[in-house]
Structure formats: structure tokens, C-alpha cells
Design a protein. Structure first.
Length: 255
């Protein structure tokens, strides 16, 4: 029965909104079956959705699991590596998933227990909160939280129907501008044209190219070449993302 539930959770994107959400569901099932060690069975594809889902479900009943989960993230890669901090980011999703908007300060404070890596947890809190229609006033937050808050605002504004021109005008922080590239890359499935049309600077374009790799989008090497347009720093950044996350130049999204 568990195997049937797992297969259904992973392979029904028509029922569950996206592949990332399907991976969330798989993470839940892994937690129910294996507990915290289940996170080592998660794969990193679909933007770490499995890790996000397992963390959220573990923290619902056991908020004290945050530090043990963070320690488990080190099994994915050396501390500070892409896979490691992406896992920490997933813990932020979990923290926010069991917190109400009114308790945003408490959620961010919980992430502070991770000390060196707290910033990545903050990012996960803001991303999950944005998906839950929380309202953020980034400029009024303590300074240590503002960058990650602004980083997540373009996604929120886009869901509200704002055009990219207005989103760019609203962005007062470099993290906000860079994140525009990340959002366009996701929404366009790596189409170089809207990325180059709307990104206001090379950092935005570079982040977009890196996101195309991170999401392991079909034919990503060709898309990255078109996005970067021979900019060496952009191409090198994308190749580094592929190396950090062990992403093959031949797209493979098997579970």
C-alpha cells in the first residue's frame, strides 16, 4: 500500500499542481515510513521538493527536529555546498509550513538556531510564506532578514499579476533584481527570449541561466548558451551549478 501511495504521489502532476509539489508528497510518505532518516532517500531533483515535504511534515509534530534535520543535510554535500544549503532552504519551508503569518518573527527566529546557515532557512520561510499569501514589508524587517525577503518578492508580485516592468521598478535590492531572472526562467521553462527581454542587468541574466540548470530543464545546455550569449562569467556560473548539483548535460528527471 505504501508503494502505491508513493507512486501516486510522485507521478500525478495533474492531481498535484507541479512535479515539485509531487515531490513534496513523496517526502511526506518517506517521513511517515522512515522518520528523519527518510531524508537520505530523497533525491535532489524537482528543486529539492522531497526534502521540503519531509521537513515540513517532520516539524508539524516535532519542532525540536530542526537541528537534527540540519545535521542530516550535511549528508548531501559539504557544508556550504549547493546541495547542503538547498536542503537547509527546505527546512525553512518546513518551519513556515507549521507557522502562521502572525508568527513570522518566531519562524525566522527558529532559523537563527542554524547560525551560519540561517540565511538559507530564512529564504525558505519567505518562499513558503509567499506561496501561502503572507504579506511582507521587507523594508520594516530587521536588517538581517531583508535580503532574503526581497529575494522572494518578484514571485509574489508576479502571482498578483504585475508586469515585469513594474516588478523591476519596485525592486530596491540587488537580490530582488536577480530573483527576477530566477522567476522568468521558471515561468518560461528556460526560454531565452523573455529572459533577455526583461532582465535589466547581467546578474539577473546569470541567475536565470543558473536556474535553468538547477531546474534541470530540457535541453538546458543549449538554452544556457543562448541566455548567456558568450558572457564567460554567466557560462562559468551555470557550469558550476551543474557541477555542484551533479546535473548531467543530458536532462534526466527520473525519480
Amino acid at each position: 500500500m505504501w508503494l502505491i501511495k508513493t507512486i501516486l504521489a510522485f507521478w500525478t502532476p495533474l492531481i498535484i499542481a507541479t512535479d515539485h509539489d509531487s515531490a513534496h508528497a513523496l517526502g511526506k510518505q518517506l517521513y511517515l515510513r522512515y522518520g528523519l532518516p527518510g531524508i537520505t532517500r530523497c533525491k535532489t531533483n524537482f528543486a529539492f521538493g522531497c526534502h521540503h515535504g519531509l521537513a515540513e511534515n517532520a516539524l508539524v509534530k516535532h519542532p525540536e527536529y530542526l537541528l537534527p534535520l540540519a545535521k542530516t543535510c550535511e549528508r548531501l554535500g559539504a557544508p556550504g555546498s549547493g546541495p547542503h544549503v538547498s536542503c537547509i532552504h527546505g527546512l525553512g519551508h518546513g518551519v513556515a509550513g507549521v507557522t502562521s503569518q502572525k508568527k513570522l518573527p518566531q519562524a525566522l527566529s527558529k532559523c537563527n538556531k542554524l547560525v551560519t546557515w540561517a540565511n538559507y532557512c530564512h529564504d525558505g520561510v519567505f518562499m513558503e510564506g509567499g506561496l501561502s499569501d503572507w504579506k511582507f514589508e521587507c523594508g520594516k524587517l530587521p536588517s538581517r532578514y531583508r535580503a532574503m525577503c526581497w529575494r522572494n518578492m518578484p514571485a509574489i508580485w508576479y502571482r498578483q499579476g504585475l508586469p515585469w516592468s513594474e516588478i523591476i521598478a519596485r525592486c530596491p535590492h540587488p537580490e530582488c533584481i536577480a530573483s527576477i531572472g530566477r522567476q522568468i526562467a521558471q515561468i518560461s521553462q528556460g526560454n531565452p527570449d523573455p529572459i533577455k527581454q526583461h532582465c535589466p542587468d547581467i546578474k539577473c541574466i546569470t541567475v536565470a541561466a543558473g536556474e535553468v540548470v538547477f531546474q534541470n530543464l530540457p535541453n538546458w545546455p543549449t538554452k544556457v548558451e543562448a541566455i548567456c550569449a558568450n558572457n564567460i562569467a554567466c557560462l562559468e556560473f551555470s557550469e558550476q551549478v551543474a557541477k555542484d548539483y551533479a546535473i548531467s548535460r543530458t536532462t534526466d528527471q527520473k525519480p
